[in-house]
Write a protein that binds this ligand. Structure first.
Ligand code: NAP
Ligand code: 3JM
Length: 333
């Protein structure tokens, strides 16, 4: 049986990919509803050969539509305000924002890692942060094989992680810089063109940013590993799309690089691209637009007894957002 599906934030960078992913994966959509802000009312979005008029997101917009699944990606404050209304109207909400991720009674799900957690939902299932999703997909097979005790991660995050307008700003700054014109800086604290910024989301009292602490808390919750030690540094780079991460794990049991490579290659959702002799390793430009999590540069950490270091790249608008949300919805077909 098909589903009546709503996409909230349908005009955004993630929302557009939600529609494309539903289509590409042949998700059985009986009826589609697309919501965004009042600014977008009047716009039409194409889906499977039909045009859908954007409706304004309001507390009453879900009423009477018999929506089965509502995919939210319109920011955390909109999720807090409007997701409960969608649930009251009978929908299962899959929320892409940070609004509910750490609530004890709300499952936080990556289908390759903890699909069974989705069953316990009470109306809302949270989609993790984009940087967390690709990391836990890669951690899971290593944890199952050798028990991860500690994770050290540094990210190189694409500008589209801050939305469509941030991507536009990076392109415009690049043009203006090359034309020796003054730069317009709005979406980030500093110029991003020809730069990088070690600051994503707001700073916390402990000196970490909120993005970094999302990676700590969300990873523990998804992996059911409350004591897992995670140290993250998140960095914005002038890449348009796809996040990269350098990840080092310390494990209870020793793994050789060859063993780690074999476990990663067998795991669902992962493609190992690791052949230094042929200059083969994942890169964000080439990973953009594809679904898997790519892993390469797999090697033993020479600075500790039981450690593996690797490079991990995924399209954060797809596996980090839209694809993961649609995969969660597929668990309910
Ligand atoms: P975006 O390109 O800026 O799009 C934002 C979307 O939210 C647009 O559809 C926008 O509608 C809508 N919106 C904004 N204010 C609204 C309001 N007051 N009422 C109704 N709709 C409103 O941002 P994005 O990259 O798609 O991300 C959206 C959210 O998804 C993020 O805030 C985050 O919580 C989550 N997320 C993003 C990523 C990522 O990689 N980008 C990853 C994971 C999760 P209009 O076009 O009408 O303004
Ligand atoms: C990714 O409205 C907001 O504050 C959204 C900020 C945001 C988030 C978030 O906190 O939901 C932008 C980009 C995320 C995320 O996935 O955590």
């Amino acid at each position: 049986m098909g589903k009546r599906v709503a996409v909230v934030g349908a005009t955004g960078a993630v929302g557009v990919e939600m529609l494309a992913t539903l289509d590409k994966r042949n998700f059985p959509v009986d009826e589609l509803f697309v919501f965004a802000s009042a600014r977008s009312v009047g716009k039409k979005l194409g889906f499977q050969g039909r045009e859908y008029a954007v409706e304004e997101l309001t507390a009453a917009c879900f009423d009477g539509k018999k929506i089965d699944i509502a995919l939210f990606s319109a920011g955390a404050s909109r999720s807090k305000e409007f997701a409960p209304a969608a649930v009251r109207a009978g929908a299962l909400v899959i929320d892409n924002s940070s609004a509910f991720r750490m609530d004890a009674d709300i499952p936080l799900v990556v289908p390759e890692v903890n699909p069974e957690d989705a069953k316990a939902h009470t109306g809302i299932i949270a989609n993790p942060n984009c940087s967390t999703i690709q990391m836990v997909v890669a951690l899971k097979p290593l944890h199952d094989a050798a028990q991860i005790l500690r994770v050290e991660v540094a990210t190189y995050q694409a500008v589209s992680g801050a939305g469509q307008s941030a991507m536009d700003e990076c392109i415009q700054q690049t043009r203006d810089f090359l034309a020796s014109k003054p730069l317009h800086i709005e979406k980030f604290a500093h110029q991003i063109a020809f730069n990088l910024i070690p600051h994503i989301d707001v700073f916390q009292d402990n000196g970490y940013t909120k993005e970094e602490m999302k990676m700590v808390y969300e990873t523990r919750k998804i992996m059911h590993a409350p004591d897992l030690r995670v140290n993250a540094t998140t960095v914005r780079v002038p890449v348009l799309r796809a996040h990269s991460e350098v990840i080092t794990v310390s494990t209870e049991k020793k793994l050789s690089a060859a063993e780690a490579r074999a476990y990663l290659a067998k795991a669902p959702g992962i493609i190992v691209q690791d052949d230094p002799a042929k200059n083969q390793y994942p890169m964000p430009f080439f990973v953009s637009g594809s679904y898997p999590v790519y892993v390469g540069r797999i090697r033993e950490d020479i600075s500790q007894e039981n450690g593996i270091t690797f490079f991990c790249v995924a399209d954060q608008l797809l596996k980090g957002a839209a694809l993961n949300a649609v995969q969660i919805a597929e668990l309910f077909l």
